[in-house]
Ligand binder design. Sequence first.
Ligand code: PSU
Ligand code: MN
Length: 301
Amino acid sequence: MKINKEVLEALKEGRPVVALESTIISHGMPYPRNVETAMLVEKTIRENGAIPATMGIIDGEPIVGMTPDEIELFGKTKGIAKVSKRDFPIVMAEKKWGATTVSATILMAKAAGIEVFVTGGIGGVHRGADKTFDVSRDLYELGAEPVTVVCAGCKAILDIDKTLEVLETQGVPVLSYKEKDFANFYCRSSGKPVDYVFDTPEEAAKIIKAKRDFGLSGGILISNPVPEEYAIPHEKIDSIIEQAIKECDENGIVGKDITPFLLKRIVELTGGDSLDTNIKLVINNAKLGAQIAKEYAKLKK
Ligand code: PSU
Ligand code: MN
């Protein structure tokens, strides 16, 4: 793994670092807004006192902390593989490029010693999973590795009840920032309560530290609802999501192609509104994630 110098030094000195994924860049948003967003996320993390480390695989080599030029290439190159845990050995041996999902990014963060990771929405249990068995690897990596993930809930296309059930089975506490319900990606609330509501980044940092000090394996999920002014009302988005899922089934799209297809189709069906909201929620998560990383670094010192 190649860790960039700035990230390596920060880690050695115990300064806060925040991990970022690249699937959201290569498969989650269209060019050039994906690159603009990735750069703005990095800037937001710096402004809030932490060092960003965007992860990806270049010519088979996992990179912790991509350069702006590398991020640009991830944003505009077609055909970069979407890499989950399963795909690492293939992409590495074949010296290919890979965009890391939440699960893959958690694994790289763990290997590098980065304990806080910011994304948009995590993968989870897909609707109809009782038939398809489609459950994202993200949930299992959260259960296994000591990385706290800040998100705006799971992606709206998923089955939220089942996703929360699997998180419970995996022993992952779900903490919500200021709101009592699990965030719902484009919408503020899923109507499903979380395990604990916290009001300050310091409080979240203390919970992370308690989990580590007791020697429990696995991560923590932080749910951070999209700011009110950027949220899309359920009345508007719910039927669009259902339509996109229907089209996905009709087109025979399966496995790891489902999420990119749905996100793209929802952007089209909302006339771009869902993309605006997606970007705002990621930036909002970057701010909170950096603040939590900063408080956690202080507690560890
Ligand atoms: N959230 C987004 N955009 C994305 C994803 C999540 O706003 O592109 C990606 C993440 O990388 C997540 C992945 O890990 O989708 C989950 O894919 P799957 O459902 O195939 O496990
Ligand atoms: Mn899947």
